[in-house]
Design a protein. Structure first.
Lengths: 413, 413, 413, 413
């Protein structure tokens, strides 16, 4: 096309561009976006500790495609070379934003307002950025109010991707692909050490837990972790509490005897009786106080003051009184509980795991344990580069983990 | 234990006890429940059409274990030989029932009130039976009100399990175990014929649909089914509508170009822009009317008057305005929409599929299609004996199904 | 069809026909085979201990379909009411049998020769029965020689299916469906008890082992089982020995450091160096004697005198000198090693597991452990009704099993 | 460690180091190998077409660790800066090589002999390089003969990794991660185009096929591909031929009626009768000539002159006469058949797929189709960077593929 005009932009990036595979991704984006690039300057880090610095001219054949291209480069740490303020535009109606709003990633982000770069607070993916005076924060679309000033377009934005740090003890561990053919004991040892380090730094640890933890006999070990102080936040659904109560009241899980491992005929009604028992008592806390529930995960949470939130879902039986049945409220309470946690461990729940993954900034490590590799892959794929997947039996995993954290299981509890 | 007293009860059952494997299950329950049995009378069906009749004396060493045993036999079609009225007891508080309430299965059930056997309405599993005058109906625990008369204990109850009918064309088909190593075309042919038969009987067909239908390119074929009149009810979550809108507005699904099959860089923001576009319009119907949405699954649903309900979940982005965010309300609306449907087809959604499975009586056939055998197995295991599982690619499945129902895909729509 | 002639046969069966679900299967076969049945006599077992007795008239509209139907009833324990000798026909050429040869199941079988019922030896599935004088035995088609007298047709045959025994401790355990959502510790306890019982009865235990046992860190626990005397036969492939040697010589498995759990760069060559080291020594035994191999699974097998056989496959690297590269010879040696074993445990190998399943009579219990439910289901589906499936992490499983058998792992070995 | 001496080496690399992610991998290897690096020179490709050039000094604290590090860098395209001849050492005994032999990757490799760089022939992974005069070739360890001159150590070696080419139409397609949530129709279109291109270049196409192709009803479409000339080589096992013959002779596959999709009682014997029928005829070709086999995959292969090889395995029934029961011979024949093929398509067989993957040079694209994502992942992980995985139903995939290649299925054949 001889007469085609060329549109160009110059972007810059700096950091561990090679080891974080950003440089490669940047080039890919340009070519796959139908553009061309020319490296104007590249200063490679001479040693592993040094940053690299890139100045890149990108060109396309239309202004919209150039804009899309630059937009796609921002999450990779590029920013337009020419400094400018972010463009702010007011929301016209509650719960909506202008069409060209900047939709966030979970990476650290800055916006330039009145010539100054300010950090975006409450970083999470899939949000708009609302600027108010000298502060900027991520806000879910539904929480935007008419008149809020929304960051639009691509100028005045800087994203700093998490750099993979080769020197960190868990670097290689974290870059492991998902596989069931690994020695789990080595991974458990790493996770235990990460947990101890998080506690030593004074950080809270959140667990996101599916009912499979109860079915697979992991509850005695998980309660040991609670008692040992490793569980600060418990995010789950109604089913966890129901099956935990069933195990406490009847010794079964989905009607299967947990000791004998065999189905108890008539046991399929146990979970309904458990729901009824808790709701008659007035919910979990009341059931604990009245002595209706005397053991299990929820009892230990109540005793240890763990911040637990049970989110409702369309498949819930009951639900028990504690379940937050409105999912907007449940998301808000999950988000609040996750504020500032240093580490998240997801045990056998794709639904709640994905929900939590959407809420976290990129720098919080997430451990995902599931016997189904598809679940682990799916959680790791959702932009949560920080996810470490472990394909194993969650009951036996908890047994190992409690052992390595000197958290003895008390079968009577 | 020489001095042990023996407690006995006599139960009766009749029907296709052999071919429905009920006789075997009845004996299993007695032995595994720690009891003993003595066949007092067994009259085998002489030919395939004849019923068998059983009178069985069961004995255990304690009254409670005898009660548990008889309770476990009721879902298998046994009833206590001695006729008596069901025991009714009033609920003491809203949302609760007496401890020994009868928790329903999804099988046809009758209760005896004032000497007369009456059919239980709105049959579903995990409910209480509320008797009011000469009527009885299943009611979820949360919908029970103080003073409602609840069926308790085991007397005055008759359950009639669905009998497998060897002569039915789809008998062998329905008893297939879950396997990915089958010829899907043969199964599609059966399902198409079942759908035609359901429509010929004037029954409605409900689809329960996950967003994978969009990702796998099944939407053009699914919309063809809508236009051809095979979709009366659509039960889904927020994600289906979001990804359908993303495909309609941007041609991508989760940022992947549906034509080229490759990731579009920057495409990860498409779903947020799609949500914003719909919510700015005021929801799906308004977006269709205003011409914001011009094609896709939701557009066809609006045009064809399909009863669609989107249930919220903890992992929702947005959600779009149409999503029912309270799960109690979502369950109630799902249940209402399912009232009287003749067939249910679940496409790639474990969450909504289990939710729907909990709501259906045992005589509504459910087809479950998923590429993950674990999902199919899980749905088939949850007491939904009527579930036919098909492990295959859902996009290609819909392509085949539309072809066999003469429902041509219109790529432009 | 008014003029159609009807062909009939009368068959008899006795045993635990209800609890083994044989009665149901018999009726199914008749109806699905296009026939009709009439129960001429049915005497139900009055208690759980009593046998049931059936006399059944079956009818079809052609002689060939009647024959096929009776043929299909034989594996279910039916025999033609009229006693007759088995028909014997000579093989015409080595490795072949007459077209209508009786193809065996893995159930106990008797043939009538000269008026006497004789037991078939070396029972296995997919074989012909060769009669020689007063003895009869299963023989693979390839081992048939011209002139061998082969059992043909359906007369003179009696098959006695394994009856499920409700009183056996492991009855309910064995009838568990495949699921990853179970408490593995309960299952391990059962398996440990079954192993102790087998040893107490003086029976040998065979393990069928894939290399995943090494990758997942199970080797120290498996070698503990060898030292404790629980492994009499080891059936595996070349890969087990290769990865075991790699672990012994380099501390890696497929290039992954077993202690650290991370990939060792350059480690992908370790398995080739291990193969070369063993083959230079002259094979495994020589490598042990010369001190080339000092620890690991194969070393312990050599020391403990375990009968090990490594079967070749198309994906083998090397192979090491011990590998039996001709699969006919490998099958023959597997079969010989399995003669009379009391229990088989298959650890993470579908290929060898299916191979072994084909060789076993129905009364030898098989435990199949794999993290992939598809593998467990496939092994359980192949006519091996005796298979108990366990979906879990095989490394952690072996850790648990060694613990419950008081077989302490010696990390140094 | 103050007194520690430092050992250094200088390596060079050139090529598309960024987009092939080699630069990142090179740095990773150094750091994870316990070394340090210093970039002495890096010349980045200014545009997408330009090569990059790297000179890197690496240092460690011991000579062995330096050697291991340099060894690990060679497959990434690095070569020692100082030119030297490869060190050659004679094999001492048949089937063995010196301890420090160079174990090949599947990438293009050159060795320097007498000052000249010569290309290594028959490139494949896990082989030794034998130099004879002015030629060098990969040789499996077992094929090495005493006296062969083997390349040892790390000098005089150059490996040229395949560069990912962003401009190639299938670049993005090939870099797709494994997922079942994709639109298969888009992928089929790509594959069809790749096949047409391969044929247009005069290249042969090899299919590696499991029996699932028959079970899932793919055979009519696969035979259409044979007739249309798209299948030059068929690599499979005994089971494919057995189940193909069962389908041809009885219309069933593993006893399941392919039309009706339901189990045929007694059908479990069909595969044994099929084996007997073929072996009585004297093998597949003879069975075709004698009219015993008149349709199916193997018949079409015989008619079209497709080079087919059936490799034996431990789980084989029969096997049929054509099966190569010695796996060394089977590997050799597979390897010979693959010589020079331009494209390989693996359909539902992990066993044979891994076997073939081991034999191929890195520049032959491999398509792997399986409904089980674990199989696809495993094949893609085994160093076969050229593998494109597709998680879908193989029967429906073949239906689509035949359609897009205008190869109509003839149900009668």
């Amino acid at each position: 096309m001889t007469n085609s005009r060329t549109y160009t932009a110059t972007v810059k990036a700096e950091g561990h561009l090679i080891d974080s595979q950003l440089l490669n991704a940047i080039f890919d984006v340009v070519i796959e976006g139908g553009g061309a690039f020319e490296v104007q300057h590249f200063d490679i880090g001479r040693t592993n500790d040094d940053f690299s610095r890139l100045t890149l001219k990108v060109s396309t054949e239309s202004k919209p495609s150039l804009d899309r291209l630059v937009e796609a480069l921002i999450p990779l740490g590029c920013h337009v070379a020419e400094e400018q303020d972010a463009r702010l535009q007011a929301s016209e109606a509650d719960g909506t934003v202008p069409d060209d709003f900047y939709s966030t990633t979970n990476q650290r982000t800055q916006v330039r307002v009145d010539g100054a770069w300010i950090d975006v607070e409450h970083q999470r993916m899939d949000a708009a950025i609302v600027v108010s005076g000298r502060t900027a924060g991520c806000r879910k679309l539904r929480d935007v109010r008419a008149g809020d000033r929304i960051v639009c377009g691509l100028g005045g934005l800087r994203v700093t991707p998490e750099f993979r740090d080769r020197e960190r003890a868990d670097f290689a561990f974290m870059s492991n692909e998902v596989s069931s053919e690994r020695r789990v004991e080595a991974s458990v040892e790493r996770i235990a050490r990460m947990m101890e380090a998080a506690k030593a730094r004074g950080q809270r640890i959140a667990f996101v837990v599916g009912p499979v933890v109860v079915h697979t006999g992991g509850a005695p070990y998980f309660t040991a972790l609670i008692r040992a102080g490793y569980v600060d936040v418990l995010l789950a659904g109604n089913a966890l509490a129901v099956h935990d109560a069933e195990a406490a009241l009847f010794g079964t899980s989905l009607g299967v005897d947990l000791e004998a491992g065999t189905a108890v005929y008539g046991g399929h009604q146990h979970h309904m009786r458990a729901i009824n028992a808790i709701n008659r008592a007035g919910g979990i806390r009341a059931a604990v106080e009245k002595g209706v529930l005397t053991r299990g995960v929820m009892v230990e949470c109540v005793r240890a003051g763990v911040d637990y939130i049970l989110a409702g879902s369309i498949r819930d039986d009951g639900p028990i009184a504690d379940t937050v049945t409105d999912i907007i409220e449940a998301q808000n309470r999950y988000t609040a509980a996750l504020d500032g946690v240093g580490m998240v461990i997801v045990l056998s729940t794709m639904l709640h795991g994905i929900g939590v993954g959407n809420m976290l900034p990129a720098w919080v490590p997430v451990i995902c344990v599931d016997i189904n590799p598809a679940v682990v892959t799916k959680l790791a794929d959702r932009g949560s580069s920080q996810t470490i997947g472990l394909v194993t039996d969650v009951g036996l995993f908890l047994h190992q983990l409690a052992g390595r954290l000197d958290a003895p299981a008390n079968p009577a509890v």
